[in-house]
Design a protein around this ligand. Structure first.
Ligand SMILES: [Zn+2]
Length: 246
């Protein structure tokens, strides 16, 4: 049949997958799933043998792939990474352009200064460590560390929400101090600033960096919600198949 080619192309998953390929890690209750709940690809060893079940599975796959949270895949992670890189420049540039601060860029070009992004990154790091991982990476860590029984608790929404609030509190206590220190030394390099302008410049520097952190934190929450939804849909597709539906 015309679709047979694509269908069989999608079947990846020898036991020795390279690092970047999904290993289709399944929990006990998912042992019979033919569709991987983290990458959405087919799992070779769980594929049905008879053609009726095969075409039923094919239809379910087609249906679930139309769901937008399933479609998005890795694009949301890439989008967040690109935005986190561009935000400090864009927001900083906009404030300096619209306000009267006595200088036009935080970091004078043609000097051996760090880039604005490398300063902002300090606050991003804890956010990314805890909230950028998608289902595939989460499962990879759970299975590597052998903590399968804690996976559901660890990634349940109350635990994740508590962790998020905890990180946000830590960020708002410690990170502004770091940005202030960096801002002081960077803005001191601007020539001909009055002391008042200097203070105002440092305040803006801290504000811009913190604003980027809050925006990225918000984006990561959306990213996590989409990924949860995606995993939920993929699991639903498997359940529908195993229950004999289509
Ligand atoms: Zn997979």
């Amino acid at each position: 049949m015309f679709w047979r080619r694509n269908w069989e192309d999608e079947i990846s998953g020898s036991e020795e997958s390279p690092f970047l390929e999904c290993r289709h890690l399944l929990f006990e209750e998912e042992a019979d799933y033919p569709i991987c709940p983290s990458c959405g690809k087919l799992i070779k060893k769980n594929l049905p043998q008879n053609s009726v079940d095969r075409s039923r599975l094919f239809l379910i796959c087609q249906k679930v792939k139309r769901v937008w949270s399933v479609k998005i895949g890795i694009a949301s992670t890439l989008l967040i990474l690109i935005l986190s890189y561009l935000l400090p420049q864009l927001i900083g540039g906009w404030f300096l352009w619209t306000g009267n601060y006595g200088f036009s860029r935080f970091i004078p070009s043609s000097s051996h200064n760090p880039t604005l992004f490398s300063v902002t990154l300090f606050g991003y790091i804890p956010l990314f460590i805890f909230f950028v991982a998608r289902e595939r990476v989460k499962r990879f860590f759970t299975f590597s560390l052998g903590i399968e029984h804690f996976h559901k608790i660890l990634y349940s929404w109350p635990v994740q929400l508590t962790l998020f609030i905890f990180i946000i509190i830590l960020l708002s206590i410690y990170v502004p101090k770091f940005y202030e220190m960096e801002g002081e030394s960077l803005i001191a390099k601007q020539i001909q600033l009055t002391p008042a302008q200097h203070v105002k410049g440092v305040e803006l520097f801290v504000f811009v960096n913190m604003l980027c952190n809050w925006i990225v934190a918000g984006l990561l929450v959306i990213h996590q919600l989409i990924d949860r939804r995606r995993t939920w849909w993929l699991k639903e597709a498997n359940e529908a198949y195993l229950a004999g539906g289509c």
